[in-house]
Write a protein that binds this ligand. Structure first.
Ligand SMILES: Nc1ncnc2c1ncn2[C@@H]1O[C@H](COP(=O)(O)OP(=O)(O)OP(=O)(O)O)[C@@H](O)[C@H]1O
Length: 266
């Protein structure tokens, strides 16, 4: 077990990824935007965390910096105990390939490869040996066994996103980051993908961090962290869609930064 002493909040849970005093500034002069304004947040291992907040609040920026897709202006981003600022480009590429999984809104599958080849592509690129037991279990969890030799174009959107989820988990990464994973899906397929994400976390003790606009999607998470104006303003454990929606409405009617009453921690 590790503690999150660096964030000032002692917990008994290991932290898969975290940012500490994260500041991200885009542009300069008149066009300068402080997208992250001193965010410290940890994403516990074995849990499903959703990041929510109004448009422009910094959700994607937080995810990209936490995942090593972008760099902070100041502060730290860590995957496990690895401070991403200590890595050069090659180190970051390796970290993203070996320790982080990604699910994007637009599936990002390779159309000429089969489902099976898409799922193992990151491992194949990394030259990593396949863990047959985990791969087999994963194929059953995502329900794709009878589609393994199909191409993505022969699958529905929901099925393609399930392939993307399997690909993200295939190499047993420390954390899977999902950016609006249901944004391109109808509500039924979206629901399936969310159940798949939350089920994989619960059944196999994996870690997922998801950016979403959708309170129904966020309700599948164990915890929701809320951003406003580049700051962490609230957290909610065991969310329901109604409670998340109520909390979001509060952003519209009140001064956001730090003014919301904190959710009792469990
Ligand atoms: N590459 C960039 N260059 C300049 N400004 C940027 C860039 N990326 C984001 N921003 C700005 O940073 C702020 C936070 O953007 P970000 O995309 O992180 O917010 P978000 O909460 O994910 O928004 P949305 O919900 O609309 O996707 C916004 O004001 C945005 O315009």
């Amino acid at each position: 077990m590790t503690s999150t002493a660096a964030t000032g909040t002692a917990t008994t849970t290991a932290t898969a990824a975290r940012v500490v005093d994260a500041v991200k500034v885009y542009g300069r002069g008149d066009t300068r935007v402080r997208a992250l304004d001193g965010v410290s947040v940890g994403f516990p291992a074995g849990r499903f965390t959703a990041i929510m907040g109004p448009s422009g609040s910094g959700k994607s920026t937080l995810m990209h910096c936490a995942a090593g897709l972008d760099t902070l202006t100041s502060g730290s981003a860590l995957i496990g105990d690895t401070d991403l600022s200590t890595l050069d480009d090659r180190g970051l590429t390796l970290l993203r390939r070996e320790r982080v999984g990604f699910v994007f809104q637009t599936f990002n599958l390779i159309p000429t490869l089969t489902v099976a080849e898409n799922i193992t592509l990151p491992m194949d690129l990394a030259g990593a040996a396949r863990d047959d037991e985990w791969y087999d279990a994963l194929i059953d969890v995502v329900g794709l066994r009878d589609r393994l030799h199909h191409r993505p174009g022969e699958l529905s959107g929901g099925q393609q996103q399930r392939v993307a989820v399997a690909r993200a988990f295939a190499g047993s990464p420390d954390v899977v980051f999902a950016d609006e994973p249901t944004g391109n899906l109808d509500s039924r397929s979206g629901e399936e993908v969310l159940r798949l994400l939350s089920g994989t976390v619960r059944r196999t003790n994996r870690t997922v961090v998801m950016v979403t606009h959708d309170p129904v999607a966020a309700a599948h998470a164990d915890e929701v962290v809320f951003l406003a104006d580049g700051r962490l303003v609230d957290r909610m454990t065991d969310p329901t869609a109604e409670r998340v929606l109520d909390r979001l409405k509060a952003f519209d009617t009140r001064t956001t930064s730090g003014s919301l009453s904190p959710e009792p921690r469990s």
